[in-house]
Design a protein around this ligand. Structure first.
Ligand SMILES: [Zn+2]
Length: 467
């Protein structure tokens, strides 16, 4: 739980049980319902020790994992002192890119329909429109902006001193340096080796380079055999199924593919593709890192290969929040470890702040209903978190939930279990709408079903992973 000092400055987060105790004893008050934040009545920032916390981010297309962690030096199980990373609060931020995309498509459809209904021929317009540099589709821009907004708000509730973000799929610099020494024995046994395997899976599209077989075990194959002086450089490595691997043996690729010239050409062209091209740097990730850098906290960038490796060494199944927890350096050989994973995750869903549209259109895109100009009705706006005291009837009792307002004053409340109408007179405001809906879910329910099952130097081609 987030904790604020008497003056409102962020202090170190505390355990929910501790927050309950402080509230029960009257030493703190509730400062915010969601994310749940308490403010201490007596203690100021000056009399507290604030070590600072790290914010870790795993950006995804549908949801972004956020973890707030602290790190302490302590003796590990092997007796060596390493950094013990504790997960204090985990958050899953759910994006609404799909809804935005659908809304834009619908609007485009209405406009097209209205223009074509004019029934006179119009010559195609001269294409003189330019998109500004760095333009992103609104559905993608929303992902960057909502993540940055949430992070900058979290800075008000927690003393964030560092941001660690999963920035690129692969750490290309690390791979070019280490691979030659690392590969010969077991490519999956170190972090750099693991990145090489993930990189090859992405580069060769998780299929055999020679026959295109998918969802079969794939071996790392030297195009020019090592016995013939071939190197361990990435430009000499392909993925091959067991059959092709054995059929090729130590023969040169020109000989092995002599009867398939098209395939030979394709493999050689793919081999020469430069690292950064094959690694497919993600434009939204780049923009997100740039946006986070403007917040005034140092931002560190990491590869997702490193995150996978950290998670794999600890035997953790995949989820956005666990990926966020595992982002950054965890040097297991030095004795570093991840010692606490919060059991419950705060689920934050982007819900937007309503629509700019002034009318509700019919199915042809022509105005059907006028929408009210203002968002506030009888003191409430859609999305406000309220407590409702219903005196009688089927829904008699006390309820908490978000409301959708109506001009009649009969607002619709959505609680955890039900939806019904309440008069505005029976409502009490807990928190104003801020563009997000908040909920809570056990970590277990959020975990992905796709586990990475790698062993030895054989890779499962069917696992889509996080690439
Ligand atoms: Zn094959």
């Amino acid at each position: 739980m987030f904790v604020l000092a008497r003056g409102g400055e962020p202090l170190m987060p505390c355990h929910p049980a501790r927050a309950r105790e402080l509230l029960d004893r009257g030493r703190a008050v509730i400062a915010r319902q969601a994310p749940f934040t308490i403010r201490l009545k007596h203690r100021t920032r000056a009399d507290s020790t604030v070590d600072g916390v790290q914010l870790r981010l795993d950006p995804g297309s549908r949801a972004t994992g956020i973890a707030i962690t602290d790190e302490r030096r302590q003796a590990g199980p092997t007796g060596r002192t390493g950094l013990a990373r504790r997960g204090l609060i985990t958050i899953e931020l759910r994006h609404r890119g799909r809804q935005i995309h659908k809304g834009m498509m619908r609007r485009a459809g209405y406009r097209r329909r209205r223009r074509s209904a004019n029934l006179r021929y119009r010559a195609p317009r001269h294409d003189n429109r330019r998109r500004p540099k760095g333009w992103l589709a609104p559905s993608l821009r929303h992902r960057v902006e909502s993540t940055t907004t949430l992070v900058s708000r979290l800075r008000r509730y927690a003393p964030i001193v560092e941001i660690h973000v999963e920035h690129a799929a692969f750490d290309t610099a690390a791979m070019t340096g280490i691979m030659a020494a690392d590969l010969p024995k077991s490519p999956g046994s170190t972090c750099a080796g693991f990145e090489i395997r993930e990189f090859l899976l992405a580069k060769w599209n998780r299929s055999c380079a020679y026959c295109g077989a998918e969802r079969v075990p794939l071996n790392i194959e030297h195009v020019r055999p090592r016995s013939g002086g071939g190197s361990d450089r990435l430009s000499n490595l392909v993925l091959a199924c067991v059959t092709c691997n054995q059929a090729k043996g130590t023969s040169p690729i020109e000989e092995f593919l002599a009867d398939r010239p098209a395939c030979l050409e394709r493999v050689i062209a793919q081999l020469r593709r430069p690292l950064h091209d094959a690694a497919a740097m993600n434009s939204t990730r780049l923009l997100l890192t740039e946006a986070l850098a403007t917040l005034g906290v140092p931002v560190h960038r990491w590869s997702s290969g490193r995150t996978h490796w950290n998670r794999r060494v600890m035997g953790l199944p995949k989820s956005h929040t666990r990926d966020a927890l595992a982002t950054g350096v965890i040097d297991h050989e030095r004795g570093d470890s991840l010692v606490r994973i919060p059991a419950r995750v705060l689920v934050v869903t982007s819900v937007g702040r309503g629509s700019y549209a002034r009318t509700t259109p019919d199915r042809f895109g022509f105005p059907r209903l006028k929408r009210p100009r203002g968002k506030m009705h009888h003191g409430y706006a859609t999305g406000d978190l309220v407590a409702a005291d219903v005196p009688r009837g089927r829904w008699a009792g006390r309820w908490v939930g978000r409301i959708a307002v109506r001009s009649s004053g009969q607002h619709r409340i959505a609680t955890l279990t039900s939806r019904f109408d309440v008069s505005h007179g029976n409502l009490r405001l807990l928190q104003r709408a801020d563009g997000y809906a908040y909920g809570c879910a056990p970590e277990m329910q959020l975990s992905g079903q796709r586990g990475a099952a790698y062993s030895g130097s054989t890779l499962k081609g069917g696992d889509p992973g996080n690439v």
